[in-house]
Design a protein around this ligand. Sequence first.
Ligand code: BEZ
Length: 228
Amino acid sequence: MPRIGDAAPEFTAISTQGTINFPQDYQGSWVILFSHPADFTPVCTSEFMTFASIEEKLAEVNTKLVGLSIDGLYSHIAWLRTIKEKVTFNGMSNVEVKFPLIEDITMEVASKYGMIQPGESSTKAVRAVFFIDPKGMIRTILYYPLSVGRNFDEIYRTVVALQTADAFSIATPADWRPGSDVIVPTAGSCGVAKARMDGDEGEMTCHDWFFCTKKLDEAEVWKAIKKN
Ligand code: BEZ
């Protein structure tokens, strides 16, 4: 099972947008590779419509979506057509899913990514979300069971937090959002620890020597991570 910090396992697969060579085709972009249990099911339908609704916002932060289930290509096509033509959810209708949806009847890709978790189901993928960086490295993994639809604010927040952490060499505290304070790397020497507690290390708030935060303007965050 791949882990955070591993290279994303490679695969070639057929999708609703043609053949994908992963992760080579996505070099230079962040990717959210996610699985869903089955086409023509209600929770998955609500998720697909919501994924489609944030696709543009993700593109602004250089992030692409790739979906997968162990259904076949024609099922995928029929389901996406049904979503567009018939389904209204949360005020969304006429939703066109433009990102690729991989067919994985053999479960080859799902197995490589640990998306089949037999305690939950041995015939359906769980709701996995892999955040993969522009170098093809796995940076975050989320798993949800079949019964719980994902939180899309959290998916978007995670992309933004990962990119912000990279751009500014900081970490983000609990429930961080752009504009809130960020965590500076922990002091690596007694001298720095003392200087921070004495207030000699610049504009920082230290809750203790190992836990110091600083301001990071929301505008600076967006300037660093938004394309154009
Ligand atoms: C759903 O998406 O609604 C779903 C899929 C598989 C099992 C249970 C629910």
